[in-house]
Design a protein around this ligand. Sequence first.
Ligand SMILES: [Zn+2]
Length: 478
Amino acid sequence: MHTQSRIVLLATTLALCGTPFQPGSVWAQSVATTPGNKSSHPDQEKTKTPYRLGIFSADATIPLNHRCMGILPQKSIRITDPLFVHGFAILGPEQPIVVVAVDWCEIRNASYDKWRDRLALAARTTRERVLVSSLHQHDAPVIDADAQELLNNVGLANELFDPEFHESVLDRVEEALRDAIAATTPITHVGYSESIVEDIASNRRIVNTEGIVSFSRGSSSGRELLYRDAEIGLIDPKLRTLSFWDNDRCLLEYHTYATHPMSYYGRGEVTSDFVGLARERRKRDDRNVAQVYASGCSGDVTAGKFNDGTPESRRKLTNRLYDAMRHSSDHVQRILMEQLSFKNEALNLEASRDENLSVDFLNGQLHDQSLSTEKRILAAMGLASWNRVARGQCIDMPCLDFQIARVVLFPGESFVGYQSIAQELSSGKPVLPIGYGECWTGYVPTESAFLDGFHENWLWVAPGAETQIRSALRALFE
Ligand SMILES: [Zn+2]
């Protein structure tokens, strides 16, 4: 059992990531109550740490004329800025852990398994210990080999995604991971920090003057008064950062914040958008500190209140997120990297029983040549989700417990309410909730959002998800 009381923070350092540690400053140390485990000076720990960090990245930019967000009519016509995969591997006494954040919209079903299996093989670990998440930019691809296979059978090859391109990215990432594992650095300390993000996220849920609830506030709704003036609603304003250190040297910062990452999209301009741009800017502050960003549970959260969809707004959102990343590094609590616990829970989420998502209905749409290609792609995605649930494959929900904070990977477009639930259940230990893991689910609303009547065409799970996720979190945090 890992309660907060097991770890006593003797002191915290105000360490700017990447800034040389000042001799004489007080390190944060952990004191474990387990017999035989003594607190010690970090210098003595230098050679004792059993953990090592490998850092990698690779280009993941889609080619021109590639589908974006699975179903957008406008394919890619310009690369505004490149898309990347960023990740790290942790080697220690147990099997390796791999964490990957991809500048894509979603990775689903057989493709999600393929990512995990390929990287697990490269790192000599198991599928469950490879945490893959997408950042969910919309002018970026949805990858689902099961859906693409259904499309191939009706003459729509390459319409969801280009398998050859996808394979080339996986090859690059796998090679980068192998290289990273061959050149690791000791992790003596792990740090946690957070900051408040100003004026980015707002909930999609609004209540109009007649008291009617809708989830109609989109990413760039701020151009309309109704959406600009509506309350922010339920969000999680914190950017949370986990950092890995080799004594006084910060090696990597892993940030997460809950918002859809788009300022504008649908024009075929491929971009990592304000979240990726903020990350790239933060990298330039100190090239020796790797920066990884992952989107939190933000199915119902967008920049809609604060964003009118102009390039100027994209710049402002980038600056605000960059500021939060920078400020988060101002106050880092650190402990010795003595223990990393891994747990995984299997989620058995049910598929939606909506009549427009029945197998017969979706099959009819997939084969109907009078429908738009985009509608037929969506039908293939729905069928791929159905088939997945029918064969009984659960969703892995892994948790990394670094003692100072936990990382939990959520499925699909989990709503922001799950972040509050996770924090509540974590008994005071900070949680970094990561969204957009396995994405066959589409949206994963909370119970209250289902009761509000949330219903969109990117929703493939049935009500009841919250009960399952709560019990999975309880088991993960035991
Ligand atoms: Zn979305």
